[in-house]
Design a protein around this ligand. Sequence first.
Ligand SMILES: [Cu+2]
Length: 445
Amino acid sequence: MFSRRGFLGTAALAGASVVSGRVQAASIPEAPTMDKVVMQPPLHPTSGPDYRPVVTLNGWSLPFRMNGDWKEFHLVAEPVVREFAEGMKVNLWGYNGQSPGPTIEAVEGDKVRIFVTNRLPEYTTVHWHGMIVPSGMDGVGGLTQPHIDPGKTFVYEFEMKKSGTFMYHPHSDEMVQMAMGMMGMVVVHPRDPSFRPVDRDFVFVMSTYRVDPGTYLPQVNEMTDFNMWTWNSRVFPGIDPLPVRLGDRVRVRIGNLSMTNHPIHLHGHSFAVTCTDGGWIPESAQYPETTTDVPVGAVRVFDVLADNPGDWAFHCHKSHHTMNAMGHEVRNLIGVSRKDLAKAVGKLAPDGMAMGSTGMAMGSMEMPAPDNTLPMMTGTGQFGPIEMGGMFTVMKIREDLSRDDYRDPGPYKFPQGTVAYEVTAPAAEPARQQGGSPPMKHMKM
Ligand SMILES: [Cu+2]
């Protein structure tokens, strides 16, 4: 089913020595880094059992090497610059050049050795969220291991006991390090490739930041008032679309390491949640959904049959999570005439703009914003402004995609006569209740 390209990095194995399961420092594998913010092609396995690899929205999977029967990975914790969307870059902490870190893929039963080098200015650890590991490999600084000091490399060694979707993040100055973007996903493929196979498999982790307009660094002491709602540290319109071939069975794996829950909604389909970070859900316990709430510190995986072609919005259903940085103190002024106010303000501040009397649609307005700040609502589709931000993207289901093609197919070509349309005949005046009459009067009980 998949091509095997032989062993990766065989030359690097020369000189590696393994002493009773403990690896020598001289044999630390290289640590690949990524400088691109778009989804990288799936990383097909080059050794070990076959699997259909995942793709990571705006991200990548970490290459590994084999050392005997151990799969070896190398994470480097380090400061990174992440572009949230065009026009906004944020100084974060992450792994191997990116926040979030690369997705780690392995197979149920694999023995993995994960090297972690710390290039941060403070100590760190890595905790393997949801994975069944020996206590001493659990990565809780102080409790199960010494913290990894700056400049040091630690090794985690364990067996991938079960397949599923998991996460990794520090358990060391956790509030700061997670608020700075340190996290990533782990996908463990079933050893039996016939177990619930899919055609496309997407993964991302949700995180939130408070980056005040005009600044470049998250406020790490924030508890509740976040303003950047991200998937893989990206916001709409910077989040990759999910290109899907019509008829594909699609899996979407969603981790939540933000500080609030996110009800994730897909248009045009119903899906079933098939897996959590606790494991696979038996078919008898699955039920149809169009929105699934992903709690804090949890993973939800849904499988969907992509049988409805089109451009389908895919987003968090908390409407302030599909917006970018905004002032939360704006009052609701719908129905309030601000003409007089605008005139008065205009005399004092000619650039002032009265807004909100008829809603806050901003598609046709351009407001000056501080440097390094995205518009609150933005993006343009083939019919006009989309007025979204934050946790929003599009699943693009097309007939003519080939199997491993994850390129953005562009806007959907709607078949003629299938788009909602305007009628020109005047709408009839609706029958309205007569003023003054109590509503119960005409009712026969
Ligand atoms: Cu949300």
